[in-house]
Design a binder for this molecule. Structure first.
Ligand code: NI
Length: 273
């Protein structure tokens, strides 16, 4: 089985004591590639360093919407320099988070930082990894509305392969309508551990209606551990539990889901080829 984890924060301090073992366990579990997204300029640098020292690890660089305290012309410039590295395959994770951020001026700042980073992704012709979280974790609200508006404007301005493969809606947690709008803009949909939770029936119903060739599997390690290991720190090797659940939802074998989502990831991120 060949799996790809398109979203794991392996630079996170929770992996400081056993990072090499975590990566080895992932490889032993059938993971052929892992993508580490950046949260800000320092984390982006760490992601690139991990990609440099591990052949199966790739990096994305960018500023997460809740990590914008140090977003400035200078720190953004550092991220732009990092993006030149051959193993940087995307800009992310970037986006909108109205769960942690309630003040209107800070939300406006998030939208501005997102637009600047989308413009940069367009300039260097790389896809984006999009984070979106609503106030009170609602299924639909202002975050979805604002995000879709910004992404639509951006996607409409793209040409060529980037317009066909602009990015992924990471750890998707919205309505079917929002997912369909994302698909209409050619975005991929990222599926994470919560799909395995007992009370996630609505989420499974949504994923069942999405085309398999647009799904990616992400662990979001060390967060969002899937069901059988929910109390533990998440790590890429646990991706099998998510693949199993998608297989069940779509009436396929886990091996088929692994092959399809690995091919999807290769199409979107091209892995520096
Ligand atoms: Ni993340």
């Amino acid at each position: 089985m060949q799996l790809t984890d398109t979203h794991c924060h392996l630079d996170y301090h929770k992996f400081d004591s056993d990072r090499a073992e975590v990566i080895q366990r992932a490889i032993d579990a059938g993971l052929i590639r892992m993508l580490v997204p950046g949260l800000h300029h320092r984390s982006s640098r760490d992601a690139v360093q991990l990609a440099e020292s591990n052949s199966s690890v790739y990096a994305a660089v960018g500023f997460h919407p809740t990590d914008l305290e140090e977003f400035s012309e200078e720190s953004f410039q550092q991220v732009k320099e990092l993006a030149k590295h051959p193993k940087v395959v995307a800009i992310g994770e970037i986006g909108i988070d109205y769960y942690w951020v309630k003040e209107n001026d800070k939300r406006a700042f998030q939208r501005d930082a997102l637009k600047q980073q989308l413009q940069f992704a367009k300039d260097i012709n790389k896809p984006v990894i999009i984070h979106m979280r609503e106030e009170n974790d609602a299924w639909f609200g202002e975050a979805s509305q604002d995000l879709l508006k910004i992404l639509e404007e951006w996607q409409n301005s793209l040409k060529g392969s980037l317009a066909e493969k602009p990015g992924v809606l990471h750890s998707f947690n919205g309505t079917l309508e929002t997912a369909q709008k994302g698909l209409a803009l050619n975005f991929y949909i990222g599926v994470t551990g919560p799909v395995t939770y007992k009370n996630a029936e609505k989420k499974r119903e949504i994923i069942q209606q999405l085309p398999l060739e647009k799904l990616l599997i992400e662990t979001d390690s060390p967060f969002l551990s899937p069901k059988p290991v929910r109390e533990k720190r998440n790590e890429p090797s646990y991706i099998l539990h998510i693949a199993d659940k998608i297989a069940e939802i779509h009436s396929k074998s886990p091996a088929e889901i692994a092959a399809i989502t690995t091919a999807n990831a290769a199409r979107l991120f091209a892995w520096g080829d």
